[in-house]
Design a protein around this ligand. Structure first.
Ligand code: NAD
Length: 490
């Protein structure tokens, strides 16, 4: 057993012994609903089984949020930003503990979870910095009178997040609605709730009563949150199927503002004049193998010009096959297990069906070693644009290579899916770079890069990839609605 195995063992025991409670208003409460086992994805054993929220827990969290939102919304943006900064500082002090929780809970490499922890805290500070962007306007609508607008908070915001960046999403996605003057009820994924539940404990005495609650549970808990009449703004990150279910449930009970950050089937377009060495490294980075490909922005379709396809494919497959798969706390591990047996089976199913339809496995293609949920990093060649693996989001470590002859054909293939989140264009020709970038049906495009999220630049998708933009001033303002006041003097 290595030193890191011993450290993991110790932390797994601590997780098992911890009284996992939800933050309901400013009360730490054991859930009153059924327990959901949290599984160690490295070996399929139960880590702990925290009780979930029942309908009363959800109702209490929202009611207390509605109470807390009154004073919080009346505070100045600067005061709210100060509290968010204080909370960011507390989380930063616990970053190592939070990173370990995500590593054990989600199976994601520790070095990457340390980066995620730092990113979450940095994004909280970004929204605190943007607090003074919460401005209205004076509008010269009529002579002699005053026409004013005020961006006002909604009150209670429900934040429902997926499993793939547990702490980074829980922390960063809390900040904008809070700075904008709302109280937040956060629901992490039932697969990976531990770091968010820990955040709820760490908020004690830092944030005012009611403004931050965490409820634990699956679809029923999410649904109860969405349907509560005091929740008028819902921000969801996850699959388009659940995004649609939320739109439907919300519409059944009222009019709700819903923003959706959904999946992707993102294309990397590689033209023959590109810097091939950089493109190759970036294509590996763009697949987010450190997340076992469980990343919405992954460039899981690589479209290569036929003149360089052979060289690229051979080198790319070699690079991917060389990635080190292992236990996520081990030094030097580049890819850990997937989050669940279900996700593992799902990814393997995509590979099997692709091969049956004529694709060729150029790297990986199978289950990882041991009882855990690992899938080998996989490269598929001979993929044609209409195959399931080329059109549906796998959300796993599976990348498809396709070839093209003409620029227009590459754009057509890239746009020939229902998703539209990210895109990556590789060329040294500036005209082409801009032309192709603007022709792509995608919300976030890199020219000669992949994967990087730049602070303050709006992130979000078109088509099935969602509604709304985050990580920017647009996100902050999306947690407000304008009130117009007309002062008539004559
Ligand atoms: P998911 O849609 O299955 O679940 C997301 C969250 O919704 C979880 O907390 C879940 O408990 C909750 N939920 C499930 N049913 C619900 C319901 N009926 N009402 C309310 N809440 C409900 O997604 P997942 O499997 O956790 O994550 C993977 C998906 O997330 C992928 O499609 C991925 O692309 C997407 N994603 C998108 C982004 C982005 O920024 N665009 C980022 C990360 C992940």
């Amino acid at each position: 057993m290595t030193e890191s195995d011993r450290e993991a063992r110790r932390r797994i025991e601590e997780i098992g012994a911890h009284p996992w409670r939800q933050r309901i208003g400013d009360e730490l409460r054991v859930g009153r609903g059924p327990a959901i086992p949290i599984i160690d994805p490295t070996d399929d054993t139960v880590l702990v089984a925290p009780a979930t929220a029942d309908a009363d827990d959800v109702r209490d969290a929202v009611d207390r949020a509605a109470d807390g939102a009154v004073a919080w919304g009346a505070a100045t943006p600067r005061e709210r930003a100060g509290a968010v900064r204080d909370f960011a500082a507390v989380l930063e002090r616990h970053a190592e503990e939070l990173a370990w929780l995500d590593t054990i809970d989600a199976g994601l490499p520790l070095w990457m979870m340390r980066i995620d922890a730092a990113t979450g805290v940095e994004r909280m500070r970004l929204f605190a910095d943007l607090a003074h962007s919460l401005v209205g306007q004076t509008i010269p609508a009529s002579a002699g009178n005053l026409h004013l607008t005020f961006p006002e908070p909604f009150g209670v915001v429900a934040r429902i997040i997926p499993f793939n960046h547990p702490f980074m999403f829980a922390s960063s996605k809390l900040a904008a609605p809070l700075v904008a003057g709302n109280a937040v009820v956060l629901k992490p994924s039932e697969l990976t709730p531990l770091s968010a539940l820990r955040m709820g404990e760490l908020a004690d005495g830092v944030l005012p009563p009611g403004v931050f609650s965490v409820v634990h549970g699956g679809p029923e808990t999410g649904e109860a949150l969405v349907r509560h009449p005091a929740v008028s703004r819902i921000a969801f990150t996850g699959s388009h199927q659940v995004g649609r279910a939320i739109q439907r449930s919300g519409a059944e009970v009222g009019i709700k503002h819903v923003s959706l950050e959904l999946g992707g089937k993102n294309a990397l377009l590689l033209f023959p004049d590109a810097d091939l060495d950089r493109a190759l490294a970036s294509a590996v980075k763009g697949m987010n193998f450190a997340f076992a490909g469980q990343s919405c922005g992954s460039t899981s379709r690589v479209l290569v010009h036929e003149s360089i396809a052979e060289e690229f494919t051979e080198r790319f497959a070699r690079a991917v096959a060389g990635l080190r798969l292992g236990r996520p706390w081990e030094e030097g591990v580049q890819i850990g297990p997937m989050v669940s047996r279900r996700q593992q089976d799902r990814a393997l199913g995509f590979i099997e069906r692709a091969v049956a339809a004529g694709a060729e496995v150029l790297a990986g293609g199978g289950r990882g070693p041991g009882d855990g949920y690992a899938v080998q990093p996989t490269v598929l060649g001979g993929v044609t644009p209409e195959l399931e693996v080329a059109t549906e989001e796998v959300f796993g470590p599976v990348v498809s290579i396709m070839t093209f002859r003409e620029e227009a054909e590459a754009v057509r293939i890239a746009n020939g899916v229902e998703y539209g989140l990210t895109g990556s264009v590789w060329t040294r020709d500036l005209d082409r770079a801009l032309r192709v970038s603007r022709a792509l049906e995608a919300g976030y495009v890199w020219i000669n890069d992949t994967s990087t999220h730049f602070p303050g630049v709006p992130f979000g998708g078109v088509k099935l990839s969602g509604i709304g933009r985050e990580e920017s001033v647009d996100e902050l303002l999306s947690y407000t609605q304008l009130r117009a006041i007309n002062v008539v003097t004559a």
